[in-house]
Ligand binder design. Structure first.
Ligand SMILES: Nc1ncnc2c1ncn2[C@@H]1O[C@H](COP(=O)(O)OP(=O)(O)OP(=O)(O)O)[C@@H](O)[C@H]1O
Length: 295
């Protein structure tokens, strides 16, 4: 039996003639935690809507558990837990009533998981959801997804309104959960830095195309930043070796998948002064912005 849970192959989509996905490909293996990264409008939600069968792709293939995503059988769909912005619909319910309501749809419902997450929140079961803050509602929503015990969890922008402490608590909890139950997770977040300790593999989308598809480690080891004094001479340009350049104050920064020696030789061959070229350490967020640009 295949260990591929999500297979996206040359996926294309457009809205009213505007191309949004242009040949996107990646695979998510069973038990992996996968980060789908991209700037606003890159095509992440469109990809997730295709995965769930809410949209039919204009080209290419998307398979979930081996089935075409636009014709998933109900029993296959039941193996997927999806977080999206409007998941928590009935805000007139209390926390306890919301659990009873949602539990009735999910045969594998795990009351212990829901209770455990709610206990950390410190809110009583009889608290009405509409009296809760935006972040607290997101906390209830996440608990309602985890309690479903899905084999595949898709979390589209899990971080909405959550403070730094709860995001940390939730991701730590989710790491344990995924390991214990063998859950496969696909997650998107605008707080890229959160994902550094969390995901195994990433795809970075840019205008509907795959910029990077790699293990997280492969990307953070392979993509580098080099600083160089801005000495008034010829400026480096973006090309096959230099992925992006940036000037800040009296220094310029070059982003590249190549080693320092290759970049130095490349600069020298282009008639530039490479004296003072030195590596600069980066977080995942630095690397993401270094590759995709600020705007
Ligand atoms: N229903 C729609 N009709 C027309 N255009 C759409 C529709 N949904 C999305 N788009 C456009 O498709 C592009 C990709 O949108 P999408 O929501 O997939 O991006 P995203 O990566 O999820 O963005 P964000 O990070 O801002 O949520 C954007 O340019 C958006 O304006």
């Amino acid at each position: 039996m295949s260990d591929t849970v999500i297979q996206v192959d040359n996926l294309c989509h457009s809205y009213g003639g505007k191309d949004v996905l242009r040949g996107l490909s990646f695979e998510v293996k069973k038990g992996r935690i996968f980060g789908l990264l991209g700037k606003n409008g890159a095509g992440k939600s469109t990809t997730i809507n295709i995965m769930m069968g809410f949209l039919s792709p204009k080209g290419g293939v998307c398979r979930i558990f081996g089935e075409p995503s636009h014709s998933l059988r109900p029993e296959t769909r039941a193996r997927i837990g999806l977080l999206h912005e409007t998941f928590l619909q009935y805000e007139f319910l209390t926390i306890g009533q919301a659990e009873t309501f949602y539990a009735s749809f999910y045969p594998m419902w795990n009351h212990g998981v829901f209770r455990d997450l709610m206990d950390r929140l410190g809110l009583p079961d009889n608290r009405k959801i509409h009296r809760m803050s935006c972040g607290q509602r997101s906390q209830v929503t996440l608990a309602l997804i985890l309690a479903q015990m899905p084999e595949l969890m898709i979390l589209d922008d899990y971080s909405l309104g959550l403070d730094a402490g709860y995001r940390r608590l939730f991701l730590d909890y989710l790491l344990d959960y995924a390991e214990r139950y063998g859950t496969t997770i696909l997650i998107t977040s605008h707080i890229v830095q959160d994902l550094e300790r969390f995901v195994d593999d990433i795809v970075i989308l840019d205008q509907g195309r795959t910029l990077v598809s790699s293990s997280l480690q492969g990307f953070t080891d392979g993509f580098r930043c080099y600083g160089l004094p801005r000495n008034g001479g010829k400026k480096p340009v973006q090309d096959g070796i230099i992925a992006r350049t940036e000037c800040l104050g009296d220094r310029q920064y070059l982003y590249s998948f190549e080693s320092q020696d290759v970049v130095r030789e490349h600069l020298a061959a282009s008639g530039m002064d490479a004296a003072g070229l030195a590596p600069v350490s980066m977080t995942l967020e630095d690397a993401f912005i270094g590759l995709t640009g600020k705007y």
